[in-house]
Design a binder for this molecule. Structure first.
Ligand code: B3K
Ligand code: ZN
Length: 872
């Protein structure tokens, strides 16, 4: 299998200066005429062939400067088109190809979703539209003419600004779009269809008026307002926080139903999975509203970090993705609660990225080789990439970080660049040497940080010994020390911050320790009492910390730490430690449970904490986190049992308190997705979930909430906890939910998600029946992922069943879907990454399902790549 290496990077010997595309969209086929203005680079030797990418295209004509090419002058194959001996001067290459968007189930290139023609080109989809240099360092200006039947496609959109439109005769019409900003082909987009829309406008800081529109299926216009509101807030935020203005006269968003992932930042024409656009209170949850806000922002922010400045090659993917995730996280923090946002982002990092980084698919945020680039749109590239940018901001401080960003925009605007160039702007703007810091981009694995402390009362000195180690990962047997910023504070016996006179032994700046060696011992002098250290405040580095803090220390931090993240973290650590002990067969004592219970009850009663924070504090770490803390030979059924038991032990005795608090949070005000209301609902629903899991009356209360709910957040929360527990109420409520919202595919997804989350032994059979139903939309990624994606990632008990039924269900699914949509299949397959952690019987069952899949052969490159790495 063909591997691509970063070290082999070389620019193409030819440059495409500008592109003129003509799409003739029709029901049977679409014809694409491309005129590429090409020139050799000055150093290109005569006779160097021009090699263009192309896939599943049928070529009908080819000419250079108007003269048709002889058969011997070019070769068209399954990978592309080679012009054997192009002129050694500027020339125009003209090709015409035809495509079959209707049969395109891979959803890459030009395809049809619900009758709408739309495109997805990142990373390598443009080659499925025309022959081209389909690589991110080939920047060109695009002019796009499209004609289509007026009845089928009254709306014709492409990148940039609309420059002409009109009648084309024969029931057809045309539109011409021009994008003045040179861009790589992966940012190309086109949409043609019969769509409704909402419009608005935004005036930029310098007074430019931008027309905004969101296009969608007719009848859904009223579900687009939140997305529009989010867009306008994003545009204002990027001006305020980063000084970045929008640059075209229009900005369009189109919602489509069939889409391989969340959304795409095509220049001036973002295309969205409709689940990240549509929202109304009856059918969308608070989490959906927050997700829409975040992704609308994310794609919009790409206009500067991704589009104006793009990637030189796909190894640099986290240059745009990590940075843009950092930006969207900051946006959400500014728009909502910073502490709660941080907790949320860290939970996500731990439950998705840490398992990737600690398993067979571990890779560096900037990998140096790949077989299939689609498999590198990972949580490591995105979320760990964002953590790296966050550490940079922490190390430099906000003002210097902004200076570096300003220089980045100034120096690299209009370029396709690299991680090195990104780091250099910060070094140049601040004088800080970032050579060692760069290791974060190059090294895979979650660093393990160990902390030991000691206090000497006689000399009033406190010492902290902090060391780091990163375990080997595939292809990286040895690791070097990273630069780890540790935000911290010392807390005195009365709960207030403690100072010190001097520190020796390492680098401490104000409230930050910088660990850049394998180990450091810091000695703080003038420390009057034994402190409790609060380390990694705000989760200042994406590491796993091992400290000898006792349960008492953690409960103390949970009460007194001024850092809200660490207050939350301390409670998580307390319950994790109890569950890990229990899973290993060590019973917990009553005293430990009581101590945790009273800390949680105190948190619930604390008026100075906001509801959303309390909801997070009352969350017991999920099963994947416990499994990771156990580390090896994991039995997920036992983990599940231990977690359920802890919840009962802690909460059953205070069920009446929880219930009173639950009723106290009942609200009758009309639904709004704002921070205060959604925080209140999240706490109330957390309490409900705890009640269902710990008290006899819980399920009835949930059934009542389900029936009386006036919004989807409350209705789904009730259904989800009943569905997961598979209480006797579950089948009837699920049936009701399905009919109540029949005809809304995004609510059907929620039904699928709940169905796939049930812990009972009947779940696999029920899922098989769902998939076998002839009316099940077997090519829609949202439906497939809601069912099977949820099962592999969110139902460890049944997925890892000892009899192997869960594993086989998933490999059979992969075999089937892989023939139609390899990206969806490969993504589901990554759910197996936990297999090396399992106890021997389950490990063997997983291995045998995976080897059977491999033996069957004929997988797509996407799935084969995942499988090979999984079994390596
Ligand atoms: N850049 C796209 C992701 C494309 C994924 C291709 N497999 C969306 C985003 O990250 O904003
Ligand atoms: Zn992105």
């Amino acid at each position: 299998e063909h591997t691509i290496y970063l070290k082999d990077y070389a620019p193409s010997p030819y440059r495409i200066v500008s592109v003129d595309l003509d799409f003739r969209i029709g029901e049977e086929a679409t014809r694409v005429r491309a005129q590429l203005t090409v020139e050799p680079r000055p150093e290109t030797a005569p006779g160097t062939p021009l090699v263009l990418d192309g896939e599943e295209l049928s070529l009908s004509s080819i000419a250079i400067d108007g003269a048709p090419l002889m058969l011997s002058a070019y070769a068209a194959g399954p990978q592309g088109l080679t012009i054997v001996e192009p002129p050694l001067r500027r020339f125009v290459l003209e090709t015409e190809v035809s495509l079959q968007p209707e049969g395109n189930t891979k959803l890459m290139g030009l395809y049809r979703s619900n009758g709408v023609w739309c495109t997805q080109c990142e990373p390598e989809g443009f080659r499925r539209i025309t022959y081209y240099l389909d690589r991110p360092d080939a920047l060109a200006t695009f002019k796009v003419t499209m004609t289509a039947p007026l009845a089928l496609a009254p709306v014709l959109l492409a990148n940039g600004n609309l420059v002409a439109k009109g009648d084309a005769g024969d029931g057809r019409h045309f539109a011409v779009w021009e994008d003045p900003f040179p861009k790589p082909a992966y940012l190309f987009a086109l949409v043609a269809g019969d769509l409704g829309s909402i419009t608005d406008s935004f005036t930029t800081a310098s007074g430019r008026k931008v027309d905004l529109a969101i296009y969608c299926e007719h009848g859904k216009e009223d579900q687009c307002d939140w997305a529009m509101d989010s867009l306008k807030r994003s545009m204002a935020w990027d001006e305020r926080r980063f000084g970045r203005e929008y640059d075209l006269d229009m900005f369009n968003i189109v919602a489509v139903s069939d889409f391989n992932f969340g959304a795409m930042e095509n220049k001036g024409l973002n295309i969205f999975n409709d689940r990240l656009v549509f929202a109304k209170p009856e059918t969308a949850t608070d989490a959906n509203y927050a997700g829409i806000e975040r992704v609308i922002a994310h794609e919009y922010f790409h206009n500067w970090t991704g589009n104006r400045i793009t990637c030189r090659d796909w190894f640099q993917l986290c240059l745009k993705e990590g940075l843009t995730v950092y930006r969207d996280q900051e946006f959400s923090s500014d728009e909502r609660s910073r502490a709660v946002q941080r907790i949320h982002d860290v939970q996500n990092l731990r439950s998705a990225q840490f398992p990737e980084d600690g398993g067979p698919l571990a890779h560096a945020p900037r990998p140096d080789q790949y077989r299939e680039i689609n498999n590198f749109y990972t949580t490591t590239v995105y979320e760990k990439g964002a953590e790296i940018v966050r550490m940079l901001a922490t190390l430099l401080g906000e003002a210097d970080f902004r200076k570096g960003m300003d220089l980045y925009f100034e120096r690299h605007d209009g370029e396709a660049t690299t991680i090195e160039a990104f780091l250099t702007v910060f070094a140049d703007a601040t004088g800080v040497d970032l050579e060692q810091f760069k290791t974060w981009y190059l090294q895979a694995g979650t660093p393990q940080v160990t902390v030991k402390d000691a206090y000497d009362a006689a000399s009033q000195t406190y010492t902290l010994t902090i060391s780091q180690k990163t375990e080997p990962t595939p292809g990286q047997p040895t690791k070097s020390p990273l630069v780890i910023p540790i935000k911290f504070g010392l807390i005195g016996p009365n709960g207030s911050p403690m100072g010190w006179n001097a520190v020796t032994g390492g680098s401490v700046r104000d409230d930050m320790i910088v660990l850049d060696q394998e180990s450091v011992t810091l000695t703080f002098s003038g420390v009057a009492n034994k402190p409790v250290p609060s380390l990694f405040r705000g989760f200042s580095a994406p590491v796993q910390v091992h400290s000898d803090l006792t349960q008492e220390d953690n409960l103390f931090l949970a009460r007194h730490d001024s850092d809200p993240f660490n207050r939350w973290e301390a409670l998580q650590d307390v319950s994790t430690a109890l569950m890990v002990d229990a899973a290993r067969g060590k019973a917990w004592g009553n005293a430990a449970i009581e101590a945790l219970r009273s800390a949680l009850a105190e948190t619930l009663a604390n008026d100075s904490l906001d509801d959303a924070f309390k909801a997070q504090a009352l969350t017991i770490p999920d099963e994947s986190l416990i499994a990771r803390a156990i580390g090896s030979d994991v039995d997920p059924e036992r983990v599940h049992a231990v977690r359920s038991e802890l919840i009962r032990a802690v909460f059953a005795p205070i069920a009446s308190t929880l219930e009173a608090a639950y009723h106290g949070l009942t609200s009758t005000v009309p639904y709004a997705p704002d921070t205060a209301q959604s925080g209140r609902r999240s706490l109330r629903n957390r309490l409900l979930s705890l009640l269902v899991q710990s008290s006899d009356g819980g399920a009835a209360l949930a059934a009542k909430q389900y029936g009386e709910a006036t919004n989807m957040t409350d209705r789904l929360a009730a259904l989800a906890v009943i569905g997961a527990q598979w209480t006797p109420e579950a089948p009837a409520l699920l049936a009701d939910f399905r009919t109540r919202f029949a005809g809304d595919p995004l609510v059907f997804d929620k039904w699928l998600t709940v169905s796939a989350s049930a812990h009972d032994d009947g779940v696999i059979e029920r899922m098989r029946a769902i998939l076998a139903d002839p009316s099940f939309p077997r090519n829609n990624p949202n439906r497939l992922r809601s069912l099977v994606g949820t099962f592999v990632m969110g139902n460890p008990v049944q997925f890892t069943r000892a009899d192997g039924a869960g594993f086989r269900f998933v490999t059979e699914f992969v075999t089937d879907v892989d023939t139609r949509n390899p990206q969806v299949a490969a993504r589901v397959l990554t759910g197996f990454r936990i297999w090396p952690l399992l106890e021997p019987k389950r490990r063997e069952a997983a291995r045998s399902a995976l080897t059977a899949l491999q033996a069957a052969g004929s997988l797509s490159r996407n799935s084969a790549d995942i499988l090979t790495r999984m079994l390596a």
